[in-house]
Structure formats: C-alpha cells, structure tokens
Design a binder for this molecule. Structure first.
Ligand SMILES: [Zn+2]
Length: 276
C-alpha cells in the first residue's frame, strides 16, 4: 500500500522517486504484464501502479482490495478454487458475424458465459446484446471505444463507462456492475474512477490468446494447460479462430468435470443484478 499512499498523499511530490518506483516495478512485473496483455501491443506499463503485487495464490483466488481516496477498489482474477467451475468471458463484441456463432455454440452446449462488450459495438448491434441477455449470459462493461483507461482523463473515463452502461441498460434492462479494462491495463487513479461508479473490476486467470494466434490448436492448448477450478477464461467474440476452437474446448472442459458459470455466479459477492 505504500506506493498508493504516496500517490494519494503526495500527488505532485517526489517525482523522481515516483518514476524510479515505476521503473523498478515495471522491471519486476513487465514479463507477466506482457503475457497477460490482451492486445500484445504494448508493455502495459500502467499495471506497475499496483503496488506490492499479492502472492500468486492470493492474486489468483481472491479479489484484491484497496482503498484509494476513500473508494474501495476490488480487482478479481479468478473465482474460488474449491469448486470445479469456470467462467468463460468474451470481450470486444458484439460482432455481427462471430457473436451470433458463439451464442449458437454456447446454446448447443448449454453453457452460460459473460460478455464484456464495447459500447460502440453494442450500439451498432443492439439485437445481439439483447440476444445474449435472453440466452442467459451476463453482460459487462468494456468501455465505449476500447480505451486504455490509464491514458484517459477522468472526464473521458466517466463518459466511456457511463455511456456503455447506459446502452446496456437501455437495451437489456441490465445495470451491469462488471467492468474489464481494455488490454487489462489499469492504475490506481483509473480504478478509483471505475470503482466510484459501483463497478467490480474483473480480469482473468487463463488467457486463451485467441487474439494472438489463428491456430485453433494453440488456443485450445493455452486453455487446457492452464485451466483450474475457479478460472476466469479470456476469449474474444470477434475472431473466426475463437468460433472454431470453442466447441472442442467446451467438450474438453466438460470432460474434465467443469461446470460453466457466469461471472456473477462465480464470485461470492453479495450483490444483486450485477451483470445480469
Ligand atoms: Zn478488449
């Protein structure tokens, strides 16, 4: 918490120390941050603002809680490890071609999932948003224009978050309390803006890397090797390869005894209506 407190109490002070701390943290966690950056395009420097990363077991299985300027911020990477359940998550849609195919496959297999939608895409494809809701899937907020929230001003962030939430609400009646930052990138300031709007930050513990490869085999292996009880699995409903990998992946996970849940079902948070 030391670093956060430094930001909170000395926002303009000790700049050299501040930069040095960021550089050290980047050096420590950059390889991990890179591995989890869903875009693969930048070193996610902003993740460095999370101080004193919890131990891997804590980070995997418990929401990370901290206070920033009086706002409680919670970040979740995975659900509880004591049940054979997993949560599939699909980011960046709705996509006019691939989202309907994903929805059909999920329905055929009787599998619920969580869709972190981009507001702009939801606005263009409102019927797909409604269809996902009707089919029993949960909906989350992934900003309006897939903005890197660490680079957005507080005003821009407010707009990105609230506009997307409003689109989801107007189309489906779901007042979502789920938020996933694009690229998995965040820092204390941006998270405080998110948490201030009563949103839970949901990341992932297993990256299918469907954004990085066209290989169906690689996508499946990325999940099959890393899946664990309580896993939150990152996928995207905007790629052909995801559609093609999904049926086999679902069969594999079922064969391993996993049951599928939505994010609101996965996390033991005492709230109603968050996510659908
Ligand atoms: Zn995304």
């Amino acid at each position: 918490m030391y670093y956060l407190e430094a930001i909170a109490h000395n926002p303009r002070g000790e700049r050299v120390v501040h930069i040095l701390a960021v550089l050290i943290l980047v050096a420590m966690i950059a390889p991990k941050a890179l591995a989890e950056d869903e875009s693969g395009s930048s070193p996610a420097v902003d993740v460095a603002s999370i101080p004193e990363m919890p131990s891997p077991s804590f980070r995997m299985y418990n929401p990370f809680r901290m206070f920033f300027r009086g706002v409680e911020v919670r970040i979740t990477w995975a659900g509880p490890p004591d049940k054979p359940i997993v949560a599939l998550t699909f980011d960046d849609g709705p996509h006019p071609v691939f989202t309907p195919q994903i929805l059909r496959i999920l329905e055929d297999h009787g599998v619920p999932a969580t869709f972190f939608v981009i507001g702009r895409n939801a606005e263009r494809n409102p019927e797909l948003l409604r269809l996902a809701k009707e089919k029993g899937h949960a909906l989350g907020n992934h900003t309006f224009s897939h903005t890197r929230i660490t680079a957005a001003t507080n005003g821009r962030l407010k707009e990105e978050i609230e506009r997307t939430r409003e689109i989801i609400f107007l189309e489906t009646g779901v007042y979502t309390q789920l938020f996933r930052p694009p690229f998995g990138a965040f820092d204390a300031r941006s998270l405080a803006e998110v948490a201030h709007r009563d949103l839970e930050v949901v990341l992932w513990s297993v990256d299918s890397r469907d954004w990085a490869t066209h290989s169906i085999g690689d996508i499946r292996r990325n999940v099959e090797k890393r899946v664990h009880p309580g896993a939150i699995i990152l996928m995207h409903d905007v790629h052909q390869q995801t559609v093609e990998a999904l049926p086999g992946l679902l069969e594999f996970l079922k064969g391993k005894g996993y049951t599928f849940v939505t994010i609101p079902e996965l996390l033991p948070i005492d709230r109603v209506a968050w996510g659908g």
